[in-house]
Design a protein around this ligand. Structure first.
Ligand code: NAP
Ligand code: G3H
Length: 487
């Protein structure tokens, strides 16, 4: 079923009006594997004119889709979920090679995507409007009733990042479709092929032509054009804070949902269960080699338990397998050389400024060994910048207020963890942290996907999560009935 995605010579196409089509420009972008440099395929570098046509085409069946009963829209999502599950191995293998994600996590990304589709269909079916009586407000009248339904916004531009090209595409596409919108997907360049497999599953499931179109090409070349296109009615973006800010500067009077970078802190109190804390921190910091917005990106630990925590962290980090994602290594080559160079810069800066290297700092190409630093101080870049790689700084603190102050000094505000046995400390700290979510005795993480997921400050704008995403991509429509009195 995926044969239509590409020509015999691995040239992948775009979905346009229900068909897979090549760009007229003849321009393609080669996609090489970060695992071994092999060529995975080519994607189309679409021209502005083609992007324009793709956006216009999303309007063709938009009214029909918006008027399709919700349970019928849900059926398409259920079918797409079944197709994904049936083809999970194939799609996971593409993810492994395209974005260097270990096979187990790649399979879990596909399964999570199928779950997301089903749950979104369920929630979408349950959404209802309301009727509001006019007599509730002073001066109002019981003879006035506002009849409120939720209606689609139009064409949603979904822009997804490389680290979850399937799952963070569906987290935009599925709620948009349940809300009755059409979608233009701009996948990440590295990750586009994996995302196109998802799109084929959606297409095969029976979406009307044009309700889901794709535009591939470098964001730096085609991005500004699509973001400012008058045919786009909502932008749903996940990616770096730099690109997110750029988009929000460009988008005028178009609603946005931005999920951006983070510098999630794990605050460890004196009474924390250090074994469970270390398990959580290592999994939180190093899964997919730290390339997750929600990765634990700094530890703020009470000085009195820091040495004990470090022992436990070291044991667990040593057990991480470093190498090839096909062999289910935990730590795999980073997405590209630029990413690995950036992480190395942060490591070098920390060493030069006197941080204690506990373990790591070995590099082979883009494969960096898991690296742990103690005694990181506030003058070091690692204290503040998001590495998006396998390096974890420890900052020692003397009180919960000091931990809160350092946590909040970050430009980011995605999530934080607090590890403690004391419910009062947990609430004291959680109530003061400037983040979207605080996890008590757990690593920072997005799921489960029906929870609200949001960042504050430079970590984002708006709220994701199944119900919240549907609400974000629909608007209330009010019809006010004025009952006339007849004598
Ligand atoms: P990125 O470089 O910002 O790219 C994200 C997406 O934006 C890609 O599809 C990219 O296309 C596109 N893009 C680039 N320039 C654009 C422009 N001018 N207009 C429109 N689109 C443009 O981010 P990334 O490297 O893929 O992902 C890593 C970052 O994302 C990290 O900072 C991470 O924290 C963040 N992230 C956040 C969340 C969250 O939920 N908060 C989730 C995942 C990742 P190209 O690939 O073609 O450049
Ligand atoms: O990279 C950002 C993702 O939203 C993180 O999702 O916490 O499930 O890995 P995750």
């Amino acid at each position: 079923m995926f044969s239509q995605l590409h020509c015999a010579n691995k040239i992948f196409r775009n979905l346009y009006n229900g068909e897979w089509a090549e760009s007229n420009s003849g321009q393609t972008i080669p996609i090489h594997s970060p695992v071994d440099g092999s060529l995975i395929g080519h994607i189309q570098a679409m021209t502005k004119e083609e992007a324009d046509r793709a956006i216009q085409n999303t309007k063709t069946n938009l009214t029909e889709w918006a008027n399709t009963p919700i349970y019928k829209r849900a059926e398409v999502l259920y079918r797409a979920a079944d197709i994904l599950v049936k083809n999970a191995e194939t799609i996971a293998d593409v993810l492994v090679m395209e974005i260097s994600k270990d096979k187990k996590s790649a399979l879990s990304e596909v399964e999570r995507t199928a779950d997301f589709l089903r749950y979104t269909a369920d929630v979408g079916k349950g959404l209802e409007g309301e009727a509001i009586g006019g007599g509730n407000f002073p001066g109002g009248s019981k003879d006035k009733i506002s009849y409120v339904t939720r209606v689609p916004l139009g064409t949603v531009l979904a822009i997804s990042p490389f680290n979850y090209p399937v799952n963070l595409s569906v987290s935009k596409i599925a709620p948009a479709l349940m809300g009755g919108n059409a979608v233009l997907l701009k996948p990440p360049t590295q990750g586009a092929i994996s995302a196109l497999y998802l799109v084929q599953a959606m297409n095969e499931a029976g979406l009307p032509a044009g309700i889901l179109n794709t535009v591939t090409g470098k964001g730096s070349e085609i991005g500004d054009y699509i973001v400012t296109h008058p045919g786009i009615n909502f932008i749903n973006f996940t990616g770096s804070t730099g690109v997110g800010k750029h988009i929000s500067n460009l988008a005028r009077m178009v609603p946005l949902l931005l999920e951006l970078g983070g510098k999630d802190a794990a605050i460890v109190m004196e009474d924390a269960d250090l074994d469970s804390t270390a398990d959580n921190i290592v999994s939180g910091a190093f899964s997919y080699s730290g390339q997750r917005c929600t990765a634990v990106k700094r530890i703020l630990v009470m000085d009195s338990v820091a040495d004990e925590l470090i022992k436990r962290l070291t044991d667990r980090i040593q057990a991480l397998k470093v190498g090839d994602p096909r062999d289910n290594a935990h730590i795999t080559p980073l997405i590209d050389k630029k990413a690995a160079d950036f992480v190395q810069e942060l490591i070098d800066d920390a060493i030069n400024k006197g941080a204690t290297l506990v373990m790591g700092n070995h590099r082979e190409g883009n494969l960096l060994s898991p690296t742990l630093f103690d005694n990181v101080t506030e003058d070091m870049r690692l204290a503040w910048e998001e590495p998006f790689g396998p390096v974890l700084p420890i900052i020692r603190v003397k009180s919960r207020d000091e931990a809160i102050a350092i946590a909040n000094r970050s430009e980011y505000g995605l999530q934080s963890s607090v590890f403690t046995q004391n419910i009062n400390d947990a609430f004291y700290i959680a109530n003061r942290l400037e983040v979207g979510t605080v996890q008590v005795n757990n690593k920072t993480e997005r799921g489960p996907d029906h929870f609200p997921f949001l960042g504050v400050k430079a970590s984002g704008m708006g709220t994701q999560g199944v119900k919240y995403s549907i609400e974000a991509m629909t608007r209330p429509k009010a019809v006010v009935i004025n009952i006339e009195e007849h004598s």
